[in-house]
Design a binder for this molecule. Structure first.
Ligand SMILES: Cc1cc2nc3c(=O)[nH]c(=O)nc-3n(C[C@H](O)[C@H](O)[C@H](O)COP(=O)(O)OP(=O)(O)OC[C@H]3O[C@@H](n4cnc5c(N)ncnc54)[C@H](O)[C@@H]3O)c2cc1C
Ligand code: SF4
Length: 564
């Protein structure tokens, strides 16, 4: 392979600019390190590039999804379930979908900004019920970093004192909307805990950033920088230090190693020219997303590491998990012909339900939280899921318009997001024959849910149906059967893939130690969802941010001590 050498040796090379990479760049540049960041996609800055206030009617597509913006024309995130020239494969019989972003900031440009701390139990699953593995660290190790992330990034919420749903340093939460008050009433009646949501959207001005003005368009990116995206909140301040060199359109191929077995840098493809290039660095931090970091490691083969780097235990790609998910929505007659009123708010739910039950009394071992949706957001292409779903609605002309007005906002939906237990049937490996457009071997996925997850999905379905019934509503879809998996989303579909490069104290069962440092290579670290030993009944990104900060502090200490 023809590699063009660069003369500079950076202190740190970070691969990927999403949640983990952005945080590593922020912390390491402030600690004085000279950092180079390789990002496969182009630059995109929400305060400059977002279509936050663009009326859908201004586009002939009316907001309809495009190939690279599958969540809608105006959505901030460039990427998708399939990317041209970058395939992945699935083992026979496997259903798995992999969502990848290709842009500065990765998935943080779109994400739902649900920002939940893992609780003490979530780090010690095996000790509780014998399943999966314990993390080598505990909540107390991560708590100071959650505090710092709260202060830097900003998160709203309410202090509830729930043991396994730790409170943070919250900004004031917005008030529930009309339909959310209905949900709260039904939840209270059925004994489901329903509290203000916890989103990284700032309801007060902090750190020179403007407070949210409640336009509800967070998924388009925020022009006033009032929600969290890695480029605006982490990478821009890192660049201001003068210590960050950002290389976009740079697709990392492999981590290179020297004769001493230490990482020497990263080879990458300059996508504009197709040329192979190399950056030299004393420390390498992979943050390309859990799956992609595993792929880079498996492709980093050398005579010293023939199975790939950090893989002498053969565990890279293993212990892969996704959040479990099932959704139910229904028609709520109480919301028909509503009095027109202002439902502006943040671009996300104002209430949610953290896990509220004791698994010892249930037929599945781990919990889930409930996300709530509905209301009167700005309509876009395909909104409402089809007017004919509503009683007697449809037709043409005046009646059709009247029906839209009548039924608009009369749907409420619930999404369960739960914890999967890692199992031997869920993993990624290199496909032996398929390569991407640059000749780099791609990942092949294997996936099987276990009975734990199916039983959990069944419970989600029953709960959501009971909530809709309690509100006097009618569910749009029949209860799925066991054969239909109780409606559980396919692996990967909830876009929370974690693991593949897990941390642990035993090098034969983990790729990284408790500081997210490779057992096999002391100047190699992983700072995305790869090190996660398990999921939780929470979304993962607040923990990715906290762990990336912790890892970066460790790198700084080790550099000061001359160990790196
Ligand atoms: C629609 C949606 C909603 C979500 N909602 C939530 C939520 O509410 N709460 C929550 O906690 N999480 C949510 N998530 C998940 C969240 O976005 C991810 O957990 C988080 O962004 C992961 O951060 P990361 O740094 O690991 O990876 P990413 O954010 O994916 O960033 C990885 C970056 O690496 C780059 N890259 C990949 N491969 C290479 C390579 N070979 N060379 C160079 N660069 C590379 C990519 O271009 C990308 O920019 C959501 C995700 C989506 C898509
Ligand atoms: S709802 Fe608030 S944070 Fe979201 S895009 Fe609008 S102003 Fe920004």
């Amino acid at each position: 392979m023809q590699v063009q050498p660069r003369t500079t040796t950076y202190d740190v090379c970070i691969v990927g600019s999403g949640a983990g990479g952005g945080m590593a760049a922020y912390v390491l540049t402030r600690a004085g390190a000279n950092v180079v960041m390789l990002e496969a996609g182009p630059e995109w800055w929400a305060t400059k590039d977002s279509a936050m206030l663009m009326p859908t009617a201004q586009s002939p597509r009316r907001g309809r999804a495009t190939r690279t913006r599958p969540f809608g024309e105006f959505d901030a995130c460039d990427g998708g379930w399939q990317i041209d020239g970058e395939p992945y494969t699935r083992a026979p019989g496997t259903t798995f979908d992999w969502w990848r972003a290709r842009m500065l900031g990765g998935r943080t440009n779109h994400w739902g900004r649900i920002s939940l701390r893992f609780g003490p139990d979530d780090f010690k699953g095996k000790s509780r019920d014998g399943l999966g593995d314990d993390w080598p660290i505990s909540y107390e190790d991560v708590a100071p970093y959650y505090d710092r992330v709260d202060e830097l990034v900003g998160v709203f919420g309410s202090r509830e004192g729930l043991r396994n749903h730790p409170d943070g340093n919250f900004l004031p939460p917005p008030k529930p909307r009309c339909y959310e008050m209905l949900v709260k009433k039904a939840s209270d009646k059925l004994g489901v805990t329903c509290i203000p949501s916890r989103l990284s959207i700032i309801t007060k001005s902090i750190n020179g950033r403007q407070a949210c003005h409640y336009c509800g368009q967070c998924n388009r990116g925020c022009r006033t920088n009032s929600n969290f995206s890695s480029p605006e909140v982490l990478i821009r301040p890192a660049m201001k230090t003068g210590k960050l060199r950002l290389l976009t359109g740079a697709m990392a191929r492999e981590v290179t190693v020297g004769d001493d077995g230490l990482a020497t840098g990263v080879s990458y493809i300059d996508k504009a020219t197709g040329e192979d290039r190399h950056v030299r660095a004393r420390v390498v931090v992979l943050a390309a997303s859990a799956g992609e970091s595993a792929r880079i490691l498996l492709n980093s083969k050398s005579s010293r590491f023939p199975q790939g780097l950090a893989n002498s235990g053969g565990v890279v790609g293993k212990y892969m998990t996704d959040t479990t998910g099932a959704d139910v929505s229904g028609f709520i007659p109480a919301l028909v012909d509503h009095v027109p009123h202002n439902e502006d708010g943040v671009g996300g739910m104002h209430v949610y339900m953290p896990w509220w039950l004791d698994n010892k009394k249930l037929g599945f071992p781990r919990g889930y939280h409930i996300e709530v949706w509905g209301g009167l957001g700005q309509p876009s292409y395909g909104f409402g899921g089809g007017i004919t779903r509503y009683p007697g609605a449809g037709g043409y002309g005046k009646k059709l318009k009247a029906d839209y007005r009548k039924y608009y906002g009369a749907t409420i939906g619930f999404s369960g997001r739960g914890e999967q237990i890692p199992n031997d049937d869920c993993y990624a490996e290199l496909d032996p024959t398929v390569v991407d457009q640059w000749g780099i071997p791609v990942l092949r996925f294997h996936w099987k849910w276990s009975e734990h997850e199916y039983n959990q999905a069944k419970h989600m379905q029953e709960t959501f149906r009971a909530l809709i019934a309690e509100m006097g509503g009618t569910v749009f879809s029949p209860m799925p059967t066991r054969e239909q998996g109780y409606g559980i989303a396919a692996g990967g579909r909830i876009i929370h893939e974690l693991g593949c490069v897990i941390m642990g104290d035993d090098p034969t069962r983990s790729a990284l130690n408790r500081n997210c440092q490779a057992h096999d290579c002391k100047n190699l670290f992983v700072a995305d969802g790869g090190p996660f030993v398990s999921q939780a009944d929470k979304n993962p990104t607040w923990t990715i941010l906290a762990l990336a900060w912790r890892t970066s502090d460790y790198i700084t200490e080790q550099r000061k001590a001359g160990a790196l």
